[in-house]
Design a protein around this ligand. Structure first.
Ligand code: CTP
Length: 399
C-alpha cells in the first residue's frame, strides 16, 4: 500500500536498512524504515491521512514518524546525502537518490533497499554487493569516512558481529583501528556512547561483546583508565550471572551502570570526576562504587560464611541495586544466592507495630537519632527472626 500511495504522489518508496537485512536473513524485525525519493514529510502526511495515523515531522531532517492506531510505527526519511558546508556546521540536507542515501550508511549489510511501488514491488536494490556480504557474514564499511561520520558505528560494528556471528572485514577493521587511535570515539557525546553500549549489552552474549571490544582496544577509548585483566573479566562474568535476578527486582537497572561498577574500580578521584561528567553518572552512583569497594572484602567473607542477616545489615544496610551487583561480582554461586535471600528479606521486612510515633507515645522519646537507632536495631533483629514480638523486644532494648 505504501508503494501505491507513493505512485499517487509520484515518489519512489523503499524500505531500507535493518528491515531488509533481517528479511534476507529470515529474522523478524518490526522496525520499518522507509526512504522516499521526493519529500518524505509530504509522503508521511499523506499516509497519515489515508490511515488516520499520527504524523510527527522533523522538518530540519526531512524525516517523519507515522504512528498507526494499533501502535505500529514507521519512520520515513527523504533520500538524501548530507554534506557539510563548513566542518563545524550542521549538515545541509540535499534531496537526492536512493543510491547516494544507501552509500552514506554504516555497513553494506545495512545498505540495501526494497522498492515498494507497484510496478517494481519487491525489487531489491543492491548497489554495493551487499547481499554477498550478508551471505558470507561480512561487516564492511562502504567508504573510508564511515566511522568518522559517525564514530558510534565502531561499536555498532561489534554489535552486528556478535548478533549474527559475522566478522568485520580486514580493511574495515584496519580503518576502525586507525579511527579509534585517532580519538574519534572521544569526540562523541557520552550519552550516545552510553546508548550504544546499552544496546550491545542487551544482545545475547554481553561478555563476548566486552571481550571483543577489549581485543579491539575499544574499552580504553570508552573508559580511559581501565586495564582489562583476567580478574576483571571473571568479575564481570559473575556480575552478568547475577544481573537478571536484580533486573527482576529493579526494573530500571542499566547494564551500562552495572558494568561500570567493575570497570571504574580503583579509579582516582579526578578521573572518576571526568567520566562522571562525560557519562552523566549521578554523584550517588560514584559514591556507592567507592563505598562498596571499601567494604568489599569483609562483606564477601560475611556472605560466603553465611553470617546472620543482621550482621551483614550492619555493614551493608539497605543498599541500591548497583551495590548488590558490584558485590555479586565477588561471590560464588552460593554467595550470590545468599545475597539474593538477603535482598528479598530486606525488602519484605517491615516493622508492624513499633514505629517512631509509637516510641514517642509510649516512652516519651523525642524525635531524633535515638529513635532511629532503636528502630534500626529492631529491624536488624527482625531480619534474623521475622516472628519476634516487636513491642516486647523494644521494651527490652529500652530497658
Ligand atoms: N544507520 C547508519 N549509521 C548509524 C545508525 C544507523 O548508517 N550510526 C543506518 C543503517 O542503514 C541502519 C539504519 O540506519 O540499518 C537503521 O538504524 P537502526 O534502527 O539504529 O539500526 P538497525 O540496523 O535497524 O539495527 P537494529 O536491529 O539493532 O535496530
Amino acid at each position: 500500500l505504501l508503494g501505491a500511495y507513493g505512485n499517487e504522489l509520484k515518489m519512489s518508496v523503499y524500505v531500507v536498512g535493518g528491515f531488509v537485512r533481517d528479511l534476507l536473513l529470515d529474522i523478524e524485525n518490526y522496525d520499518v524504515d522507509i526512504v522516499v525519493e521526493g519529500n518524505g514529510i509530504e509522503f508521511a502526511k499523506y499516509i497519515g491521512q489515508q490511515f488516520d495515523a499520527i504524523v510527527v515531522p522533523y522538518e530540519k531532517f526531512y524525516t517523519a514518524s507515522v504512528i498507526f492506531r494499533d501502535g505500529f510505527k514507521i519512520d520515513v526519511a527523504t533520500a538524501r546525502t548530507e554534506y557539510y558546508e563548513k566542518p563545524a556546521e550542521l549538515p545541509q540536507v540535499d534531496i537526492s537518490t536512493i543510491k547516494k542515501d544507501l552509500y552514506r550508511r554504516d555497513f553494506t549489510i545495512n545498505a540495501m533497499a526494497i522498492k515498494l511501488n507497484p510496478s517494481e514491488y519487491g525489487m531489491l536494490y543492491d548497489f554495493f554487493n551487499c547481499q554477498k556480504d550478508l551471505e558470507q557474514g561480512i561487516i564492511r564499511i562502504l567508504h573510508n569516512l564511515s566511522f568518522i561520520e559517525d564514530p558510534t558505528r565502531m561499536i555498532r560494528g561489534v554489535r552486528f558481529e556478535m548478533r549474527y556471528n559475522f566478522k568485520m572485514e580486514e580493511h574495515t577493521l584496519e580503518v576502525l583501528k586507525q579511527n579509534l587511535e585517532g580519538g574519534y570515539l572521544e569526540r562523541v557525546t557520552g550519552a550516545r556512547i552510553r546508548q550504544e553500549i546499552e544496546k550491545i549489552l542487551e544482545e545475547d552474549n554481553p561478555m563476548k561483546a566486552i571481550r571483543r571490544m577489549t581485543n579491539l582496544n575499544m574499552i580504553k577509548h570508552i573508559f580511559p583508565k581501565t586495564y582489562y585483566t583476567q580478574t576483571m573479566d571473571e568479575k564481570l562474568a559473575r556480575l552478568f550471572k547475577f544481573l537478571p535476578k536484580i533486573k527482576e527486582r529493579y526494573q530500571s537497572v542499566s547494564d551500562f551502570y552495572a558494568i561500570s561498577t567493575i570497570l571504574l574500580e580503583y579509579y582516582d578521584k579526578q578521573t572518576l570526576e571526568t567520566v562522571r561528567a562525560r557519562y552523566g553518572y549521578p554523584k550517588k552512583f560514584i559514591e556507592s562504587i567507592k563505598f562498596t569497594e571499601n567494604i568489599m572484602l569483609p562483606l564477601k567473607e560475611m556472605i560466603e560464611l553465611r553470617l546472620n542477616f543482621s550482621d551483614i545489615y550492619k555493614v551493608l544496610g539497605k543498599a541500591n541495586p548497583y551495590v548488590y551487583l558490584h558485590l555479586s561480582a565477588y561471590l560464588t554461586d552460593e554467595g550470590q544466592s545468599y545475597l539474593l535471600q538477603y535482598i528479598d528479606t530486606i525488602s519484605s521486612t517491615k516493622l508492624q507495630t513499633v514505629t517512631g510515633k509509637y516510641l514517642m507515645g509510649k516512652y516519651s522519646l523525642k524525635s531524633g537519632p535515638q529513635i532511629n537507632e532503636i528502630l534500626e536495631k529492631l529491624f536488624a533483629m527482625k531480619l534474623d527472626n521475622p516472628n519476634i514480638d516487636e513491642e516486647k523486644v523494644v521494651s527490652e532494648i529500652i530497658e
